[in-house]
Design a protein around this ligand. Structure first.
Ligand code: DGY
Length: 323
């Protein structure tokens, strides 16, 4: 029997690529460079399945073909706001993502960022590497204690819950939550957490605010200058969700004029290009979108795509179908 034809848009972990090569008639993008809209259009007419990821912009231009051969976009990653879902649906293309398997590692990274910015770890490392450290002194790079503080979690899905677990059990933090839908009382009770009705009511309560909501137009610039002003002057903002959720210009103003204590970002508005003003803020920690970057999570994401794909081609409903 002929195997379905599959295009993988970026390099994946070796173990996953090996299984893909075994199970499908697969083409890998050996250059590991993102495809252009024209390359996507061509691929849509050639392959039964495309396996894109979060750096692939699959907007109206990339999907503008008269008739698609592709039946499924099996995305490597949990976020899929880079795909124009409505346009894909007009071609009858199914879309799947990879939730769950990266939640722990992304929460670990949110905790890392929280600790780094509060304890000035980025500043310390930069100073040391620059050969500028002149020894211990009581007033050197004094930061803020994390344990016992109030943490606001915006978006209480799987990653937000994993962060609550770490912060509550590991750091004795008090958890407040903003979530669009009501959170089950037993889930809140697990972390001794409180759900706050609005984001505007949550922000002034927090020493740390960590974002775990989806990106996309609905949440674009959700953290703007008005909301930054609602934060305590010594509070920290953490973002491992999507860059567009924060108005970056407003954030640089808040950091430069020190109207908040600091911020730590793993995601950016126009990544991989970084607003140069951000690099000038000492009270900012930046990482290059590393939330799920562990061998364990990246392999599990790939195998989850394979599960979705085999279900789809076996005529079953893929467990992670989002459209
Ligand atoms: C995702 O999966 O959406 C992350 O941003 C990459 O791990």
């Amino acid at each position: 029997m002929l195997k379905p034809t599959v295009l993988v848009t970026r390099r994946w972990p070796e173990a996953v690529e090996a299984r893909l090569a075994n199970d499908y008639d697969v083409e890998f993008n050996r250059s590991d460079r993102p495809l252009t809209p024209a390359q996507f259009r061509e691929a849509l007419t050639k392959y039964d399945a495309l396996l894109p990821t979060v750096t692939d912009k699959i907007g109206p231009e990339a999907l503008d073909v008269p008739k698609a051969q592709t039946k499924i976009l099996a995305n490597y990653g949990v976020g899929y706001t880079h795909i124009d879902v409505e346009k894909a649906k007009t071609h009858g293309i199914a879309i799947t993502n990879t939730p769950d398997v990266l939640s722990e590692c992304t929460a670990d990274l949110a905790m890392t960022l929280m600790l780094m910015v509060a304890r000035r770890a980025g500043e310390g490392e930069r100073e040391l590497r620059a050969g500028a450290w002149d020894g211990w002194r009581p007033t050197h790079l004094v930061g803020t204690k994390v344990s016992g503080k109030v943490l606001g979690i915006v978006g209480f899905g799987r990653i937000g819950q994993e962060l609550a677990k770490r912060a509550h059990f590991g750091f004795d933090m008090q958890i407040v939550v903003f979530n669009r839908s009501p959170v089950a009382p037993e889930l809140l009770a697990r972390y001794n957490a409180r759900q706050i009705a609005t984001l505007d009511d949550l922000l002034p309560l927090c020493d740390f605010v960590s974002l775990h909501c989806p990106g996309g137009a609905g949440n674009a610039k959700m953290i703007n200058s008005r909301r930054l002003d609602l934060m305590k002057p010594d509070a920290y903002l953490i973002n491992t969700a999507r860059g567009e959720v924060i108005d970056e210009f407003a954030l640089t103003q808040a950091l430069m004029f020190e109207t908040i204590g600091g911020a730590a970002l793993d995601v950016f508005e126009r990544e991989p290009s970084i607003n140069p003003m951000l690099a000038q803020c000492d009270n900012l920690v930046m990482l290059p979108h590393l939330g799920s970057a562990t061998t364990e999570a990246r392999e599990a994401m790939g195998f989850r795509v394979l599960d979705n794909l085999s279900d789809f081609f076996d005529g079953k409903a893929p467990r992670d179908r989002v459209a």
